[in-house]
Design a binder for this molecule. Structure first.
Ligand SMILES: Nc1ncnc2c1ncn2[C@@H]1O[C@H](COP(=O)(O)OP(=O)(O)OP(=O)(O)O)[C@@H](O)[C@H]1O
Ligand SMILES: [Mg+2]
Length: 186
């Protein structure tokens, strides 16, 4: 594209428990960056959709082909020189390892918030049914990303715009330096 975004990742995966704001934040972040927004749920095989529709929880065996389909999409986007923001819960490290598969140009954005705050938001969410107990089980499953994954972690106790600002700031630690020759500051 000939711009100065060479150091930016080609894909950001917005992760967190159900109701943490993945779809909302990933969509808004994609608009801000002028990248493509994708909801990871769209990559479930038909068998998973059928299982979830019948109210049965997915097992990890069900999840591997889904996560692999998202990883394949990430590879396609990056190879094509495109950029995408993908919403995907990615609660466990093993799930994220499938998505990232060693790429340094794919970064996680972890939406960090308390169970109390998220329960309040879910209670107000329209058009979605959330079985009681699901949020608690999501928190039990959650393995927050640690420093070895180089995540962008943001507090969700803020407005959507402020959260997106925070992510963009962490993505570009020193925007003033972008596109300018490196200076020796010593
Ligand atoms: N920063 C915010 N401030 C206030 N409300 C928010 C914020 N972020 C998200 N919400 C609201 O919280 C609810 C949950 O958000 P959203 O549906 O984006 O979460 P999600 O992580 O995609 O959930 P799921 O995993 O179930 O798809 C929605 O009603 C959304 O409008
Ligand atoms: Mg969602």
């Amino acid at each position: 594209m000939g711009d100065e975004t060479g150091e930016l990742p080609c894909a950001l995966v917005v992760m967190g428990v159900s109701g943490s704001g993945k779809s909302t934040i990933a969509d808004r972040l994609a608009q801000r960056l002028r990248w493509t927004f994708e909801d990871g749920d769209r990559f479930h095989p038909a068998s998973n959709v059928a299982k979830m529709s019948a109210g049965h929880p997915l097992t990890d065996e069900d999840r591997w082909p889904w996560l692999q389909a998202i990883a394949d999409e990430i590879d396609r986007v990056c190879k094509a020189g495109e950029h995408a923001v993908i919403a995907c819960s990615a609660l466990k490290r093993a799930y994220r390892d499938v998505l990232v598969h060693g790429r340094s140009d794919v970064r996680m954005v972890f939406l960090n918030g308390t169970q109390e705050l998220i329960a309040n938001r879910l209670a107000q969410r329209k058009g979605h049914f959330m079985p009681p107990g699901l949020l608690a089980s999501q928190f039990r499953t959650l393995e927050p990303p640690d420093g070895t994954e180089n995540p962008i972690t943001v507090s969700i106790d803020a407005s959507v715009e402020a959260i997106v600002d925070d992510i963009v700031r962490q993505l570009n630690p020193s925007p003033a330096d972008r596109g300018t020759p490196r200076r020796n500051r010593s």
